[in-house]
Design a protein around this ligand. Structure first.
Ligand code: PRP
Length: 183
């Protein structure tokens, strides 16, 4: 879907497909340099990370493995609570593996903080995080994130994997949802 397909539903556009792809390429160059000579396992967090995972993995010029987790945060509505339940676990054994968690967005930081500790406890050689978006003003817990695409204001953003009520994930770019859509 293009921005023109959701005209009137966004209050602003944040990043076009081209801007996202340029940023993903930048992140890929850094990841290649940092993991040169190492075996890397990319762990995507369903469902939002599907787009960044697909683009990042294809942009990388090194072999990687890909695995997926689905987690759900207990809590009311759209707010993370920090109590995380695993809905789908990894198929891979993490012992001695270099793991890079791939996310679409870090909001409060509660999900990623829990997830990193969980993956570290499985004996990984290293666990780092790559996120396309981060909302620094929404942070409730400090998470050390090695690769950040864009820092954004605390607005309701959709597109490129990010949803509102499961819609907008297939929008090519990223925009701010207009209040009349969710109010
Ligand atoms: C989003 C995102 C992270 C989490 C970040 O997932 O993909 O996993 O929220 O929020 P936090 O920093 O406040 O913990 P979401 O729960 O919306 O699920 P989805 O990826 O299936 O859309």
């Amino acid at each position: 879907m293009e921005f023109s397909d959701v005209e009137g539903e966004l209050s602003s556009t944040l990043f076009t497909q081209d801007e996202i792809h340029a940023k993903v390429a930048e992140l890929a160059r850094r990841i290649e340099a940092d993991y040169a000579g190492k075996e890397l396992l990319l762990v995507g967090v369903l469902r939002g990370a599907v787009m960044i995972m697909a683009d990042l993995a294809r942009e990388l010029t090194m072999h990687v493995e890909m695995d997926w987790m689905a987690v759900s945060s207990y809590g009311s509505g759209t707010q993370s609570s920090g109590v995380v339940r695993i809905l789908k676990d990894l198929d891979s054994d993490l012992h001695d593996r270099h793991v890079l968690i791939v996310e679409d967005i870090i909001d409060s930081g509660l999900t990623l903080s829990w997830l990193r500790a969980n993956l570290e406890s499985r004996g990984a050689a290293s666990v780092e995080i790559c996120t396309l978006l981060r909302k620094p003003e929404a942070a409730r817990v400090e998470v050390n994130v090695r690769y950040v695409g864009f820092d954004i204001p605390p607005a309701f953003v959709v597109g490129y994997g990010l949803d509102f009520a499961e819609r907008y994930r297939n929008l090519r770019g990223i925009g701010v949802l207009a209040p009349h859509v969710y109010e």
